[in-house]
Design a protein around this ligand. Structure first.
Ligand code: FES
Ligand SMILES: [Fe+2]
Length: 376
């Protein structure tokens, strides 16, 4: 099976879905932001009312990128010949003439803000229902004290999705960071279930040590514990189309996994953390990784630096992912027709999620009119 080649999906994207285009806080008034999603160059800005809007990053006069333009009171001026566009993409002013032809219009894209993110719908605007933004991807409660970041990868989005659908790589890619030298995440298997438009991955890592530097004294070994084997960790996440992760991780005393029958923990954790992440394809060989993470707000009262410390630790680990995924991308570009040897057991989540994406793309290609497929 050609599971890990990217050739059959590179340059192909689900169009009728919401993609994360930016953190809301990064889209500030009066500053156009260039972005690309699914190989479509976009410009995002805030209109007169402060609403996030998205236009094709191409002026309808002579194709200059609008992201090189200037925001003027919530309108965007192309800085080639000075045409001005409103948030719907309609041209509202042409220097040197009174008349603005109705044909002067740039394509706009449905844009929503939810969960701290700006979401853009690439496909048929008539189908852009904000209710289709997955609730798990925007869930935010006062329980967590989160910090956010982003990182660009010179790699196809499917390689990033693969990475997040199979955490066995943590043992090797993050040997000295997330794994703390413990290989058991690769030697054992999670429970993977199909859920609507995604997979759910659940697992216990039993009898491990306190490898995270921020685990407090309550997570230290007690006199009758075996040091380095006194904790159990519960990990559960949903990975959803088109590339959205919502994960909870909890640290408990060893024995909790067994007492919980290897299902969700029956007791309160010593430490818990949450992360939301989104992978957005920019081009066939570049992707933007958005992430937020942090501990329970109750844990930061004694340790106010904890959320920043956790973000810094994760960012370090994400650079480890980036190094290997970008190298993988370069190999795939060099030998695009090669296939891998076949699947291994840890590829199961990767395979389910890839199949889901490919089926959704194929469904769109058969149901969309040719005009829609071409023009998007
Ligand atoms: S190309 Fe934009 S105003 Fe001419
Ligand atoms: Fe990783």
């Amino acid at each position: 099976m050609a599971l890990l080649t990217h050739t059959h999906t590179a340059g192909r994207y689900i169009r009728n879905c919401w993609y994360v285009a930016s953190w809301s806080r990064d889209l500030i008034a009066n500053r156009p932001e260039a972005m690309a999603i699914g190989e479509e160059p976009l410009v995002l800005f805030r209109d007169e009312a402060g609403k996030a809007v998205t236009l094709r990053d191409c002026c309808c006069h002579r194709n200059a990128p609008l992201s090189l333009g200037r925001c003027e009171s919530g309108r965007l001026r192309c800085m080639y010949h000075g045409l001005v566009f409103d948030g719907t993409g309609k041209c509202v002013s042409i220097p040197g003439q009174q008349h603005v032809p109705a044909s002067y219009q740039v394509r706009s894209y449905p844009t929503e803000e939810a969960g701290g993110w700006v979401w853009v719908w690439l496909g048929d605007p008539a189908r852009a229902d904000p209710q289709l933004i997955p609730p798990a991807a925007i869930a935010e409660t006062a329980e967590w004290d989160l910090r956010m970041g982003k990182l660009d990868f010179e790699a196809n989005y499917q390689l990033l999705n693969d990475n997040l659908c199979d955490f066995s790589h943590v043992a090797f890619v993050h040997e000295g960071t997330f794994a703390g030298g413990d290989r058991r995440i690769a030697e054992t298997h999670p429970r993977i279930t199909h859920i609507e438009r995604g997979i759910r991955v659940e697992r216990w890592l039993t009898e491990r040590g306190a490898i995270e530097p921020w685990l407090g004294p309550e997570a230290a070994p007690r006199p009758d514990d075996t040091p380095g084997r006194h904790l159990d960790q519960w990990l559960t996440y949903d990975y959803l189309v088109p590339g959205l992760l919502a994960m909870r991780s909890e640290v408990h005393r060893a024995g909790t996994a067994k007492a919980s029958n290897f299902n969700a923990p029956i007791s309160a954790p010593l430490h818990a953390e949450f992360t939301r992440q989104a992978i957005t394809p920019m081009t066939g060989s570049s992707s933007r990784y958005f992430f937020s993470m942090g501990p329970r707000a109750s844990e930061t009262q004694d340790q106010p630096a904890l959320p920043d410390q956790m973000l810094a630790g994760a960012q370090h680990a994400f650079h480890e992912d980036r190094k290997i995924l970008e190298a993988q991308q370069r190999n795939l570009e060099r030998w695009p027709l090669e296939t891998t040897s076949g699947v291994i057991r840890h590829d199961r989540g990767v395979h389910i999620f890839r199949s889901m994406i490919e089926r959704l793309i194929a469904d769109e290609n058969t149901t969309l009119a040719p005009r829609d497929v071409r023009a998007g």
